[in-house]
Write a protein that binds this ligand. Structure first.
Ligand code: DQA
Length: 146
């Protein structure tokens, strides 16, 4: 099983970036946790972080060729702005889970709308770094019961 994990803009700064909202985990620690869980199942996780919309879009376009079965994505600020990233996910038709570290509904009104949620298999928001592992576990449970 191959899973693509996409991290949007500014998430490379996790650990020091607004820890009140995003916690103290670094992106490397989050990716390492996902890798450890995936390895235990014999799964492959590929993580991509970019501050550039087109890099994330290109990674989504490549996903079908890599045999990617599910995508876990935190679009970060692109959540609230990017029709292009939404359209890329719709184009490849790979089921995805949308993850946010913070609870976007408890924050500024401009964060309440997501261009992704209505297409997502599910949305996890507000559970911090655990959200990524919970997303991976949800995919595992789905595949195990299939
Ligand atoms: C975020 C929430 C977004 O509103 C914000 O722009 C981010 C991170 C989160 O993980 O809580 O960069 O997606």
């Amino acid at each position: 099983t191959h899973i693509l994990v996409l991290h949007g803009p500014n998430l490379n700064l996790l650990g020091t970036r607004e820890p009140g909202h995003y916690g103290r985990h670094t992106l490397a620690a989050i990716d390492a946790g996902l890798q450890a869980q995936a390895a235990a199942w014999g799964w492959q996780v590929e993580s991509v972080q970019s501050n550039a919309e087109h890099v994330l879009i290109d990674a989504i376009h490549r996903a079908p060729d890599t045999g990617c079965q599910y995508i876990i994505i935190n679009p970060a600020a692109f959540t609230h702005t990017s029709v292009a990233l939404r359209d890329a996910l719709a184009a490849v038709q790979i089921p995805f889970i949308e993850v946010h570290l913070s609870n976007i509904h408890a924050r500024e009104p401009f964060r309440h709308h997501s261009y992704f949620s209505d297409l997502a298999m599910g949305v996890i928001s507000g559970l911090g770094a655990d959200g990524y592992l919970l997303a991976l576990q949800a995919i595992h449970r789905r595949l195990e019961s299939a």
